[in-house]
Design a protein around this ligand. Structure first.
Ligand code: MF3
Ligand code: CO
Length: 249
């Protein structure tokens, strides 16, 4: 496995890509409410990315036809923006990637639409908690399996399902670089994090099981048991002091 370590200049570009991704999320947070379509979210995201001298990295990636992935309720990842109208109580994951001068920032966040149930609040809080538990282990010299394990522990302690077919990944010139990051401990997880690596950490947890299937559009991934899923992701730089989150303001 060859994992690149970014130069100071490359990190500057990635930080700018990440800043713009964070700007998109700030805007999503403001506009997500009952009555809004997911296509509108896509249009706004496209405009924010373009206004900030970036390109939408997902648009055209392996043929993906939109700027954002918009995954509602039991949809886990890769949902298509559409004329679907968000309603009170829905949860929606917006996954955003932007490219600045060839370098990618990648971050996903799950939002509640209006008032959501206590059960869904708990799902969102704990999935975000799992992300930060993973990031608390993320630093120079640490083992990637410990990042994965911290995520797994939050899920298990709270009886949440862990999506197994998808996970985090290196990010840089490509949206998906090595290493793959499992959201649970694996037998061969002794990969050592080194200063300058840039990796997206992204737990995907559910209120039910961990089985998923891909819908007829060949993209949208849903839970088999239709349980709701949440997904929180940041692109992070490995430093001696811990995770330097690139996808924030
Ligand atoms: N942003 C997603 C990730 O976290 C990938 C989106 S896949 C695409 O890896 F094809 F829609 F771009
Ligand atoms: Co990602």
């Amino acid at each position: 496995m060859s994992v690149s370590r970014k130069s100071g200049y490359e990190i500057k570009l990635m930080r700018e890509a990440g800043r713009v991704v964070a700007l998109v999320h700030q805007e999503m947070k403001n506009i997500i409410k009952p009555g809004v379509t997911t296509k509108h979210l896509d249009d706004v995201a496209y405009q924010v990315i373009k206004d900030n001298h970036c390109d939408p990295s997902c648009l055209g990636y392996n043929g993906f036809p939109y700027t954002i992935c918009a995954s509602v309720n039991e949809e886990v990842v890769h949902g298509f923006p559409s004329d679907r109208v968000l309603k009170e109580g829905d949860i929606i994951t917006v996954d955003v990637c932007a490219t600045f001068r060839g370098y990618v920032g990648d971050s996903a966040w799950t939002y509640g639409v209006g008032e959501i149930s206590d059960e869904n609040k708990r799902l969102l809080e704990l999935t975000e908690k799992a992300l930060y538990a993973g990031l608390s282990k993320f630093k120079t010299g640490a083992m990637l399996n410990d990042v994965s394990g911290a995520i797994e522990d939050v899920a298990n302690e709270n009886h949440l399902g862990i999506i197994r077919q998808y996970g985090g990944h290196g990010v840089g010139k490509d949206m998906h670089e090595e290493p793959f990051v499992f959201n649970y401990r694996v037998p061969n997880g002794n990969f050592e994090l080194k200063r300058g690596m840039t990796i997206a950490i992204e737990p995907m947890l559910t209120l039910g099981g961990d089985d998923v299937e891909v819908m007829d559009d060949e993209w949208t991934v849903v839970t088999k048991d239709k349980s709701y899923a949440a997904h929180f992701e940041h692109t992070c730089l490995v430093t001696d002091d811990g995770a330097d989150i690139l996808t924030k303001l």
